[in-house]
Design a protein around this ligand. Structure first.
Ligand code: NDP
Length: 467
């Protein structure tokens, strides 16, 4: 379903009328038009700053340089020394930021930051520059994960960054710009480059005010496979006939995967159309079938990527909810995932396999009338946390994506007022598109997310529900 306010306010007349009426105009988001590029930041400037004791500059300077960015630094800032040292060691050229010069992105290494004095350095870096951030630009802060900090003051500063990012997202969202935080765990430095390729590019247009925690990668992880990162991989996507699932199948194929799309036998026609468009294969299968896992192993074989996307809503207040609605939602959204994975763990996954499950912000904030749905989507968040260790043993990972309001048949069926509220109560002032979820899933399914395991990433334009 199209967003009429967004479409209207993008026209010259619409802009003018919205201005006169004081109606907020949703920004037009810039989304990726093709797959991951070798130098996605070519021709763009990124200002790199650091806290005095920042430790992540070596990883940041090299990664930004390899992405093709022009790295700007300021001679006035306290954290210049670690950036200069890192750049010299990696032979990365730095350019001095000119007075009043704008940039596509501001990246700040907040590791080593302690207490309020450390946080003041972040203020000094961003405050004078923020008004010059490009439309659809990025603010990205990297910190040491709180549990890896050495002092109470450092722990406090690390957690303070979460509130900072959430507030900043609400401030800059109106220009389509986003603010995110990467929390770097011990030994996770080699995985920073992959995360930057997602969070600093148009692949993450609808990811806003989120914290992405990176852990040490598995042994043998492919850490520099940035272009066609899924070439040679076999992927399945459930619920692939339409909506978010179809977009996921397309995006995985765009990055080189051979995709098998799965949907209920009743959707075979739509599934066939989607899959023929991307050169993939369709498999008519109800994910709740008792033998679904065995069939996937038998009919497809070794899987590298498993995307559990199929999901339904059957909304009613709990006091009125019939048992068959409860059971249907629980079985499709959660029970099937557990059963299929259990079967695939025994037989069906290749070493290093990556699993991504679709949760929902409804599982974080809850909605009246969605006790069944909310339980399944929250259950997914706990499930991926619990299984992360097991997946890591074979070099793999399991993660979840929690979409916010996304324009699909599922949300088109909502009553008009909650639909409009769902769209607008977000820093980016609009609903997302299926491609936004597909991009995040593709990132999680790829070696770019080598440091991500057991996590849930919200893709919601900083929707205020549960934020
Ligand atoms: P759609 O209803 O548009 O698509 C879901 C697809 O899954 C349909 O093709 C559906 O087929 C299929 N499906 C349902 N049950 C089964 C089953 N038993 N076996 C195989 N396939 C099945 O949903 P969306 O694209 O909007 O949602 C995709 C996922 O994203 C879901 O998990 C949803 O909960 C989640 N999500 C969506 C949000 C949104 O705003 N749209 C927000 C948050 C989360 P059929 O039509 O025959 O039922």
């Amino acid at each position: 379903m199209s967003d009429r306010l967004l479409d209207f306010t993008q026209t010259p007349m619409g802009k003018q009328i919205a201005g006169l009426l004081g109606v907020p105009t949703p920004p037009k988001l810039r989304r990726a038009k093709s797959g991951y590029a070798a130098q996605p930041l070519e021709g763009r400037s990124v200002v790199l700053g650091s806290a005095t004791d920042g430790e992540l500059s070596p990883a940041l300077a090299s990664a930004l340089h390899e992405m093709g960015a022009t790295i700007l630094v300021s001679t006035e800032l306290p954290g210049l020394a670690p950036v200069k040292k890192a750049a010299a060691a990696a032979k990365v050229p730095l350019k001095t930021e000119a007075q009043g010069e704008g940039a596509y992105a501001y990246v700040f290494d907040a590791s080593g930051m302690e207490g309020t004095a450390g946080l003041r350095q972040l203020y000094d870096f961003l405050q004078p520059r923020l008004s010059r951030l490009a439309p659809n630009g990025r603010v990205l802060i990297l910190s040491r994960a709180a549990e890896n900090t050495a002092s109470v003051a450092a722990y406090t500063a690390s957690t303070a960054l979460r509130g900072f990012i959430k507030s900043l997202g609400k401030e800059i969202g109106k220009k389509g710009a986003t603010a995110n935080l990467i929390e770097v765990g011990a030994g996770a430095e080699p995985t920073i480059a992959g995360a930057l390729r997602f969070l600093l590019t148009e692949h993450s247009a609808f990811v806003d005010a989120q914290f992405l925690a990176l852990s040490k990668p598995a042994k043998g992880a492919e850490l520099d496979r940035f272009v066609s990162p899924l070439a040679g991989k076999v992927a399945i996507v459930t619920g692939a006939a339409r909506g978010i699932g179809a977009a996921i199948a397309e995006t995985l194929a765009r990055e080189g995967a051979s995709v098998v799309g799965i949907d209920r036998p009743a959707e075979e026609g739509a599934l066939g159309l989607t899959m023929s468009r991307i050169g993939g294969r369709g498999l008519a299968l109800d994910v709740t079938a008792a033998d679904a896992g065995e069939r996937l192993a038998k009919e497809i074989g070794g899987l590298d990527i498993v995307i559990h996307n199929a999901g339904v809503t059957r909304d009613k207040m709990l006091r009125n909810m019939p048992a068959h609605w409860w059971d249907q939602v629980l079985e499709i959204n959660l029970g099937a995932i557990l059963r299929i994975n259990d079967s695939l763990f025994t037989n069906g996954l290749n070493p290093g396999a990556r699993i991504v499950c679709i949760s929902s912000i409804g599982g974080i904030s809850g909605n009246a009338g969605q006790t069944n749905y909310g339980a399944t989507k929250a259950g997914i968040i706990g499930y991926v946390e619990k299984l992360a260790g097991q997946m890591a043993k074979s070099g793999g990972a399991i993660n979840a994506i929690a979409p916010g309001y996304i324009e699909t048949q599922m949300t088109a069926a909502m009553p008009a007022i909650p639909r409009e509220v769902g769209r607008r109560l977000a820093s980016l002032n609009q609903g997302g598109l299926p491609i936004d979820i597909a991009e995040a899933v593709t990132f999680m399914a790829s070696p770019l997310a080598a440091g991500v395991n057991g996590r849930t990433l919200r893709v919601c334009g900083q929707n205020y529900m549960g934020a």
